[in-house]
Write a protein that binds this ligand. Structure first.
Ligand code: ZN
Length: 803
């Protein structure tokens, strides 16, 4: 009997061995033969067709990889994930995924969880190419896959045995092809380093990494489905290329402040993985590794930050890059002496142990740094497999138990909403990211209030409670100062994002446990592709709208296009040349300028301006000779300003958002801007400072622009603008009349995030309509369509277009 079992096991082993060997029998493809170069060679970039073609060859040659389509991009390209592990693991992939899901959702007893963790496999996610102008990650991807499939070492064996790698080699395929085509056109010409004169992701550009809770883009929706509905990895590693100069790579720990909703065990896990990465880089003698600087642990909304609220270790690296695949030699004498936190760049410190001495840097170097990080992350996951799996279950259990205790116990989304479109969209977007939503079968009482049947309830007792709480609650940005009197530390991205506030949805926070007949909802559809909106007054049934699109990557302009497309409002894009042709009023009723400094609109400069961030983040390595092709240089120029003046005289309407309101100074209107173009230093004295926060504004009733909105709404402000009316009341009439459509709240201005110096704007006009002869300017001192997130103020902009 005993011998039989041994024989059986041995036979089975042999069968598996044969299968494994058969799977490896075909030769893996040679990159040089496939691409015509090895990714990482100077001046060479592989495009999406080449990269996916290589993966198809890998999948044909090896039993250690599955190549699956999981979505479609904005421009219609297929999105793929490579699933890489041992051939044996891939054969039982569905079972591994189901067990992993049970652990992540806390759907197991303690005993079951121990068994599932013991027999399960760690799931690691690595993606490349989100920010397409940061080119090295996507070029690195096929080299990582080749190594994982072909290398026969004890370490690689351990990784394949213990880890399921989900590798998305190119997470922004449209952007890769746009950037590669642009670079191929320019390499070897005077325009080799020129920036792409368009957004590398439809509507969003660099903001494709600001969309991870709102999920407006097809790409973020597809990835979110994979992450939070199917796979629930324990580690997510997201690659970028913009560390502060002269560091060669940024690696966690992240910088302060810390978001209190990120569970401490998750943050400590991130720190631990960061330490493993740093140790490996040190062992491989790769200098210039920087941590605890710049990229903060406050923000929610990034590909690497949303996972932390889902009990997942979200890891970001930012490897140094020059431009595209062009090499560059650096002289350390030209380096900035200090990082912005005051630490020296030339002396070792605890979080920058081996300063980079300068010299040559090529795309190959960036790729090699990332391959080291990949191996560190995968080795960590292989070693810690069982602990990682058990931790996922323990975190879910803890969150569920915490929610059962109350404070809060639940968030109730009332059935009757000021805007049912917004509340419906909010619930759908939460559901996509694995928030559990319940519906009341019968009326119930909670927090002393009566709610009818059909009311939606978001219980706090759920596995990803931190995600729910962080999106529902106001952010209270902590004032971290340099010393006791220094300026407050600025957030990396924005300070406040509370979802019901941004979206104008009424949500009640219920502190104490209550009883109600609730049913789980399985039938919430995916977010709608198009939304409904009805103009308040039909003065112009279909106004002819022109939207300015500069030859700079302006995401605020892109999000304006998103708004118009989503609400199915026709418009025409206007480029600089359109403003030189004249007779704009024959073609348009309304012309819109998204946020962009006036000097940038006029002359096309503004690269690096806060309103038009350089794609690829704050590239710390500006190249003075990065000439742009002449057809993309300049702005609307003085000539365009003259055409705009004619347009207004002929009765046209110009709508300007945030910094584009600077254009108003060129027209004779009776207002004065109160805030300087460059916002005041953080926390310094009386100047208004608002680094991306939600604020309250009071709307004037009875105006077409404010029709259909409540008396007070929450708006998003990046500093923005406020005005005072300079006309005496008796002259505020006729062709110079100024109407104040909205004011900053007179008190209690901050809704979520952080403000200082608010006395400068309390009660001041925040949205004005100024007559200029027969025409008018409508000026928004805030961002009514910010990142497609501010559903609560969309109508102000939509109404203004139809006014
Ligand atoms: Zn980036």
């Amino acid at each position: 009997m005993h011998t039989n079992i041994v024989q059986h096991v041995f036979r089975r082993f042999c069968v598996l061995l044969v299968l494994e060997c058969a799977a490896l029998a075909a030769a893996l493809p040679d990159p040089a033969a496939h691409f015509g170069f090895v990714p990482g060679d100077d001046y060479k970039l592989a495009d999406y067709g080449q990269i996916t073609g290589f993966y198809r060859k890998l999948a044909a040659a090896s039993g250690r990889i599955r190549w699956e389509r999981f979505g479609t991009t904005s421009e219609g390209r297929p999105m793929y994930v490579a699933i890489i592990s041992s051939a044996g693991n891939l054969r039982r992939l569905d079972e591994i995924r189901q067990n992993n899901r049970r652990l992540a959702l806390g759907q197991a007893t303690a005993e079951q969880a121990r068994a599932l963790a013991a027999s399960g496999k760690a799931v690691v996610w690595i993606d490349s190419g989100l920010h397409a102008s940061e080119v090295a990650p996507a070029q690195q991807a096929p080299l990582l896959a080749l190594r994982l499939l072909g290398e026969e070492t004890p370490e690689l064996d351990e990784i394949r045995r213990n880890v399921i790698l989900l590798q998305v080699p190119v997470i922004n395929p449209d952007g890769l092809d746009a950037v590669v085509a642009w670079y191929r056109r320019n390499a070897g010409t005077p325009y080799e380093l020129a920036p792409l004169p368009a957004l590398y992701q439809k509507y969003a550009g660099h903001d494709n990494n600001r969309d991870w809770f709102m999920l407006n883009l097809p790409e973020t929706r597809a990835v979110t489905r994979l992450l939070y509905q199917q796979w629930f990895p324990q580690i997510l590693y997201n690659q970028h290329q913009a560390p502060p100069m002269p560091a060669r790579i940024f690696v966690p720990p992240y910088a302060d402040p810390l978001n209190p909703n990120i569970p401490a065990p998750v943050m400590e896990g991130i720190n631990l993985i960061g330490a493993a990465i740093k140790q490996r880089l040190a062992m491989e003698h790769k200098p210039g590794v920087l941590s605890y600087f710049g990229f903060d642990a406050w923000w929610n909304g990034g590909l690497r930050s949303v996972p932390a609220f889902h009990n997942i270790h979200g890891i970001l690296t930012e490897t140094a890059g020059f431009y595209y695949a062009t090499p560059k030699t650096y002289d350390a004498a030209t380096f900035p002496r200090r990082f912005a936190n005051g630490n020296p760049t030339g002396e070792p410190t605890v979080f920058y142990e081996r300063p980079w001495p300068g010299g040559q840097w090529r795309i190959r170097d960036a790729i090699n740094y990332m391959l080291t990080v990949d191996m560190a992350v995968l080795s960590f996951a292989a070693r810690e497999r069982e602990a990682l799996l058990h931790k996922a279950w323990a975190m879910a259990e803890f969150n569920i138990a915490q929610g059962r205790g109350g404070r809060p116990f639940a968030y109730v989304v009332a059935a009757a909403q000021p805007d049912p479109v917004s509340s419906g969209e909010m619930l759908r977007r939460l559901a996509m990211a694995a928030v559990e939503i319940r519906r009341a079968r019968a009326a119930f009482t909670a927090g002393g209030r009566q709610y009818p049947a059909g009311t939606y309830v978001l219980p706090a007792a759920q596995p990803f409670r931190p995600y729910l709480v962080d999106l529902m609650e106001p952010q209270k940005y902590p004032e971290l100062r340099a010393g006791t009197t220094g300026p407050t530390k600025r957030p990396y991205d924005i300070a406040g994002w509370t979802l019901p506030m941004q979206m104008g949805v009424k949500v009640d926070r219920i502190e104490e446990p209550f009883e109600a007949g609730l049913e789980a909802i399985q039938d919430l559809p995916a977010p709608a592709a198009h939304l409904q909106w009805t103009p308040p007054r039909a003065r112009l049934a279909r106004p002819r709208i022109g939207l300015y699109r500069p030859w700079l990557a302006n995401a605020d302009s892109g999000w304006t296009e998103w708004l118009l497309d989503t609400f199915e409002i026709p418009y025409t894009l206007l480029h600089n040349g359109d403003f030189h042709q004249g007779r704009l009023h024959d073609r348009f009723d309304t012309i819109v300028f998204a946020s962009q400094p006036a000097v940038s609109i006029l002359h096309g400069t503004g690269d690096g301006e806060s309103a038009v961030p350089r794609q690829g983040g704050a590239n710390p390595d500006p190249e003075p000779n990065s000439a742009q092709r002449p057809e993309y240089c300049g702005g609307i120029e003085i000539e365009g300003l003259a055409r705009l003046t004619e347009f207004l005289k002929a009765g046209g309407t110009m709508v300007a958002l945030d910094r584009a309101t600077e254009l108003a100074s060129f027209f004779p209107v009776g207002i004065r801007a109160l805030l300087p173009a460059t916002p005041g230093a953080a926390g310094s004295g009386s100047s208004f400072y608002c680094p991306g926060s939600l604020i309250r504004i009071d709307l004037a009733p009875g105006e077409a622009v404010t029709a259909g909105l409540p008396e007070q709404v929450v708006a998003f402000s990046n500093g923005g603008q406020a005005w005072e009316v300079t006309l005496l009341p008796e002259f505020n009439t006729g062709s110079r009349q100024v109407r104040v459509l909205a004011r900053y709240a007179g008190s209690n201005l901050l809704a979520s995030g952080w403000l200082s110096g608010e006395s400068a704007v309390l009660g001041k006009p925040a949205l004005v309509e100024a007559r200029a002869g027969a025409g008018r300017l409508i000026l928004f001192g805030f961002r009514p369509q910010h990142r497609g997130q501010t559903f609560g103020t969309f109508k102000l902009l939509l109404n203004a277009l139809y006014e």
